[in-house]
Design a protein around this ligand. Structure first.
Ligand code: SF4
Length: 261
């Protein structure tokens, strides 16, 4: 971790110490070296034990990566928090998978939805498909449906766990296992950041984990229905997301990196 990020961590922890809650201080540089060849199970166990079960949550979009992490986390502790951002525009197959996963593990997702007033105003003003009109309006839609609900859930934790992988896109090449999320002032943990897509599938098949049926139809990264399409063999994993935009702009704001380098 660079000096700037360490200063951000220290400043935040110093401020947190003035209040009632005290955030556990992690040495990210040391942890990233120590856990670089450890399993996701070891990483997750460390996080849950050191930060506390109530202060950690897995962000699940029901992707294959998030299904792997859901399996790992719930096997370690069935009380772990798993949240889902219900944008209202997901594929029916995603909702079906959500229900199947709930039954398989006997747990409930924490579901966060857009603020109704904000959404009503945007759709009234711009129409139901306004995300196609410009990058700015697409980002506005993601902000209302994803980023703002995410802020609400992340204000309740000290660390969030994500299924991001380096090879997924140009914008994810620098990711590490343990990170400081300067945007939300909490830790961000990426236990399978070095995994390949093949390795994810091996885990899915080995443990017979339910996955989205759209993967069998050429989809490789699945988000909202209007903004996701199948990709051709050889195309980038995330090329089916917001396919009309430049590759270096293809993030929805959920994984923006502020206060990090
Ligand atoms: S992915 Fe598309 S539909 Fe979903 S929140 Fe973003 S712009 Fe809106």
């Amino acid at each position: 971790m660079c000096n700037l990020a360490q200063i951000c961590v220290n400043e935040y922890i110093a401020n947190a110490c003035k209040g009632e809650e005290k955030m556990v201080q992690l040495d990210l540089e040391k942890l990233n070296k120590e856990y670089s060849d450890k399993s996701p199970e070891d990483i997750v166990r460390f996080v849950v034990e050191n930060i506390g079960i109530e202060k950690v949550a897995l962000a699940s979009s029901l992707s294959i990566e998030d299904q792997v992490l859901t399996d790992i986390l719930l096997k370690i502790n069935p009380k772990v928090r798993v949240f889902f951002l219900d944008t209202g525009r997901h594929f029916q197959q995603t909702y079906d998978l959500m229900e199947e996963t709930m039954h398989r593990y006997g747990f409930h997702y924490e579901v966060y939805a857009p603020e109704s007033k904000e959404l009503e105003q945007a759709v009234s003003k711009y129409g139901p498909n306004f995300f196609y009109e410009s990058v700015e309006l697409r980002k506005k839609c993601c902000e209302i449906r994803k980023v703002n609900p995410l802020k609400r859930v992340l204000s309740t934790v000290d660390a969030w766990i994500c299924g991001l992988r380096r090879e997924q896109s140009l914008t994810r090449q620098e990711l590490n296992i343990f990170e400081w999320d300067g945007l939300h002032s909490i830790y961000k943990i990426n236990p399978i950041v070095f995994w390949s897509e093949d390795r994810v599938w091996e885990y899915i098949k080995k443990y017979n984990i339910p996955y989205n049926s759209l993967y069998s139809k050429g989809f490789r990264s699945i988000g909202c229905q209007p903004c996701t399409r199948a990709v051709r063999p050889g195309e980038d994993v995330r090329s089916g997301r917001w396919w009309w935009e430049d590759p270096d702009k293809k993030e929805c704001g959920l994984h923006a990196r502020v206060g990090q380098v």
